[in-house]
Design a protein around this ligand. Structure first.
Ligand code: NAP
Length: 265
């Protein structure tokens, strides 16, 4: 049981980087925490520190999100623990090299963490919160959702999945009282690059955001009710133009005959 009036935030990938920073910021706001990742010692150190500093309850839930049985255990807790009011669906892994050179087994592992687990927990939270008429979901996508021709095809596609899923959850569960946000970080200083055998120091410093700035901006966007938050983007009208163009396609995406340029009678 949570003893916070805000309830409990379940954060995946809470042992490092963006997830650990969400844990810090949400503890400061007064949320109790349920911290999920593989590294239980690191999670426990963070839980002890945050519960002592902020007088909240912080619990460790060790799970490997590439293991479907373990994902189901997290899902069960999410569905059954009524104290959980917020899911931060954050755990993810990056690419090691270019798509043409990458190990395809590693790419399937990436899909397990970045897509299969995110979908399982995100949809379970949407179903559970919609029944209760309240609850919030923050899904960590990436700006590469918009960069199909650059970076890494599989990683980009996992993040496009997260963005699309979030927009769909908003459309379906939003009217039932569920608050949903996709966060699209650009390059952010965390361990993700080193874990994949690369170095953040090789990237242009002007493009790399500090993780505390990223999470503070993302939470400001959450407070403002944004469904899609792009912390780096100076002018929100640029994103609104993309949304308008996308919606303009709608009436013409399914007709009973092919378009005349294909020459099919
Ligand atoms: P990070 O510092 O490497 O942290 C990743 C977190 O995910 C760790 O807590 C890790 O914990 C957890 N994780 C990884 N594999 C896991 C598994 N199999 N099971 C359970 N937990 C697992 O990376 P980050 O940059 O904070 O990444 C967080 C999210 O932000 C990811 O979804 C990433 O794609 C996204 N993102 C990052 C950037 C960036 O530039 N950093 C940009 C856009 C989007 P354990 O190792 O303890 O399991």
């Amino acid at each position: 049981m949570s003893h916070s009036s805000l309830g409990t935030a379940l954060i995946t990938g809470a042992s490092a980087g963006i997830g650990a920073t969400y844990a810090d910021r949400l503890a400061k706001r007064g949320y109790d925490l349920l911290l999920v990742a593989r590294d239980a010692a690191r999670l426990k150190a963070l839980a002890d520190k945050l519960s002592a500093a902020h007088g909240i309850k912080a619990e460790v839930f060790q799970a490997d999100l590439t293991n479907r049985d373990e994902v189901r255990k997290v899902e069960k807790r999410l569905r059954e623990d009524e104290a959980i009011t917020l899911l931060v669906n954050n755990a993810g892994i990056g690419s090691k090299t270019t798509m043409l050179e990458d190990d395809i087994d590693y790419l399937e592992t990436m899909i397990e963490v970045n897509v299969v687990a995110v979908n399982r927990l995100g949809v379970a939270a949407a179903q559970t919160f919609a029944k209760r008429g309240k609850g919030s979901i923050i899904n960590i996508a990436s700006v590469v959702a918009f960069l199909a021709e650059r970076f890494h095809g599989t990683y980009n596609a996992t993040k496009a999945f997260v963005l699309n899923l979030t927009q769909s959850i908003h459309a379906e569960a939003g009217p039932k009282g569920v608050k949903v946000q996709a966060v699209l970080p650009g390059l952010t200083r965390t361990e993700i690059f080193e874990r994949a055998g690369n170095s953040i120091d090789q990237l242009p410093p002007s493009m790399v955001m500090e993780v505390t700035d990223l999470v503070d901006a993302a939470l400001a966007g959450f407070d403002q009710g944004e469904v899609v938050t792009i912390p780096s983007l100076p002018d929100p009208a640029d994103y609104e133009a993309l949304t308008t163009a996308r919606h303009a396609l709608g009436p013409n995406l399914s007709h009973n005959k092919p378009a005349s340029r294909y020459g099919v009678a």
